[in-house]
Design a protein around this ligand. Structure first.
Ligand code: HEC
Length: 135
């Protein structure tokens, strides 16, 4: 084996080792988003979600009806944004006459789904060891 090839081989081997060790040492990809919701209220909110059949038209974690968008992370848009849709309706989304309390509980539920991770498949990556983690 010629000298340049040997050097190239050693350099690539070193790069492989550095890259591999950096992947196995990086724990940050396993971290969850901080959870900031009221556990008791989010249960109430889940009942309101079920009672009003939101899942007929909307998905959570990609599962549900496909008339409206996935709402797993809609809490990022804020309470008033969601409340406006419920009060006014839009296109094929009906108006829901929820009390303010119900609406707040529903928001607590949507904050909980939001805190569990992202529903967008593009936010996930497959690691070299086959694990699927959120970016
Ligand atoms: C009959 C079908 C239907 C039902 C039931 C329904 N929605 Fe919708 N919803 C839609 C459609 C369709 C849209 C998208 C409207 C558009 O932008 O044209 C939508 C949009 C929304 C949006 C805005 C999403 C965004 O990212 O802009 C929110 C929030 C929402 N719905 C919440 C709810 C909640 C909460 C419930 C249950 C209380 C519910 N919806 C029930 C059809 C529905």
């Amino acid at each position: 084996m010629g000298k340049p090839i040997l050097i190239l081989f050693l350099l690539l081997s070193l790069a492989f080792l550095v890259f591999s060790s950096s992947i196995y040492k990086d724990d940050t990809v396993y971290e969850k988003k901080p959870v900031a919701y009221d556990a008791a209220l989010q249960k109430e909110g889940r009942l309101i979600w079920q009672k009003n059949n939101c899942h007929v038209c909307h998905q959570l974690y990609g599962l549900g009806g496909f008339l409206g968008p996935d709402l797993t992370n809609v809490a990022d848009k804020g309470y008033y944004y969601i409340d406006a849709f419920l009060k006014v309706g839009i296109n094929s989304m009906p108006i829901f006459n929820l009390t303010e309390e119900e609406s707040l509980h529903l928001f607590e539920f949507l904050k909980a789904t939001n805190a569990s991770g992202s529903a967008n498949p593009k936010d996930y990556t497959i690691l070299m060891d086959g694990m699927i983690v959120q970016k």
